[in-house]
Design a protein around this ligand. Structure first.
Ligand SMILES: Cc1ncc(COP(=O)(O)O)c(C=O)c1O
Length: 418
């Protein structure tokens, strides 16, 4: 690979989604080399106007009369994500609550759907909230957790998971893209293996949605959740999405019996009787303002096309890997993600014994990655608004910092969020 800056510029000139950069606030103006789109995506330029419209027209003037449009927002945005991002059908995706709460709802519903099975499987290296929810549900139900080990850089080995599947397993919770390394699971193969064992798999798509195609219908996925503030650019605290395959919906009943899942909601009936569709997984009043922001972000991803974004994400990752090998390896930095781009999501992770100090030095120089334990720097160049030259410049900055040793003057103790 040609590692000159001119070669990076040539990749930008040929980039079919380059124009989307101008539709994000700050991109190209704030001077930041923002490589944390896998933590919090940039704000779309259209978001403030969308929020203002909901606030000034629908809330200020429409008041309670606006509920006629608000009441369908969670499924309207869900349908948009289903079609434009997730490869699912209408009526299969709902937006609301946090990823953690959605995970809880679907995990309990799935465990209930597999009576007589007393084991929940999760990955020992999965994102904390996933492991905590699995542990909490297991404790409350008297079930056992089977944590399968995974290589911190390479992700979960399919054969290790397969060995953990038996007739006791009710539900398996896994991330499609590992939060630390970016390792990409084989969603179709794992889903098939878990289903063949008579269990259900619940996918966390937080680091996958908007970054790689997840093709839920084509891959035969039953259940999934994911957040919308990373590659979907829905904003801080944006509500999560949940997906339940249509044929499964009526077999499942989630544990939080709220009035927004109720049949004939405004009849205020005496007993809980959930609607047959995806709304049965709703709980309470939807976050109307936040949904307006998610809608803007989801539309941008759908317009750009997940396949094109994934292709660019892979190419950006390849540039990170090539530059890391050439420039950073001599400074003791190692790749901490799968080397094969087909086995990675859209972020690449580097290991360095000085990872935390390096992260602080980079942030102070306008390069924003994030730090992950134990000694990792995660680089998430979101394909919608990150240029190849941004990656090149950021990597050059990392090289400069390491060569100068300036990072060694930063505290070794972790003290701030990045
Ligand atoms: C894999 C994964 N799951 C879940 C979450 C967060 O869940 P919540 O929306 O409940 O904060 C994150 C946040 O970074 C994540 O990376």
């Amino acid at each position: 690979m040609d590692l000159t800056r001119a070669a990076a510029e040539a990749l930008d000139a040929a980039d079919p989604v380059a124009a989307f950069r101008a539709r994000f606030a700050g991109a190209g103006e704030d001077g930041l080399l923002y490589l944390d789109g896998n933590s919090l995506g940039r704000m779309p330029v259209a978001t403030p106007a969308a929020l203002t419209r909901v606030v000034e027209e629908e809330w200020a003037r429409g008041l309670v009369r606006s509920w006629s449009s608000w009441v369908g927002a969670a499924t309207r945005v869900g349908d948009l994500l289903a079609e434009g991002v997730l490869g699912a059908g209408p009526g299969e995706v709902l937006v609301g609550d946090s990823t953690t709460v959605d995970l809880y709802k679907l995990l309990v519903a799935a465990a209930d759907a597999r009576p007589g099975r007393d084991v929940l499987v999760c990955c020992a290296d999965d994102f904390p909230t996933d492991r905590y929810v699995v542990a909490g549900v297991a404790q409350a139900r008297g079930m056992t957790v089977r944590e399968v080990p995974a290589d911190v850089d390479e992700g979960l080995d399919h054969s290790v998971l397969a060995a953990a599947l038996d007739e006791r397993v009710a539900v398996v919770v896994l991330s499609a893209v590992a939060y630390r390394s970016g390792a990409l699971a084989d969603v179709a193969a794992v889903t098939r293996a878990v289903r063949d064992a008579g269990a259900l798999v619940l996918w966390d798509l937080s680091h996958a949605a908007g970054a790689v195609p997840v093709d839920l219908a084509a891959n035969g996925v039953d259940l999934a959740v994911g957040c919308t503030y990373k590659y979907l650019n829905g904003g801080p605290g944006a509500p999560a999405f949940l997906y339940v395959r249509r044929e499964l919906q009526e077999q499942l009943r989630q544990p939080i019996w709220g009035w927004f899942g109720q049949r004939d909601q405004f009849a205020m009936g005496p007993v809980y009787d959930p609607v047959p569709g995806i709304e049965r997984f709703a709980v309470g009043t939807p976050p109307v303002l936040a949904l307006a922001a998610v809608e803007v972000g989801a539309r941008l991803v759908a317009e750009a096309g997940v396949d094109r974004l994934a292709a660019k994400g892979r190419a950006l990752g390849e540039l990170v890997v090539a530059l890391a090998d050439d420039w950073l390896a001599p400074h003791g930095v190692a790749l901490a993600s799968p080397r094969d781009p087909a086995r990675r999501g859209a972020h690449v992770t580097l290991a360095s014994s000085a990872a935390w100090q390096l992260t602080q030095a980079l942030v102070d120089r306008g390069v924003v990655p994030d730090f992950r334990t134990p000694d990792r720097v995660r680089l998430g160049p979101a394909p919608l608004y990150t240029r190849f030259v941004d990656v090149w410049d950021a990597m050059a900055c990392i090289r400069e910092v390491l060569a100068s040793g300036v990072h060694e003057g930063y505290p070794t103790e972790r003290s701030r969020v990045t």
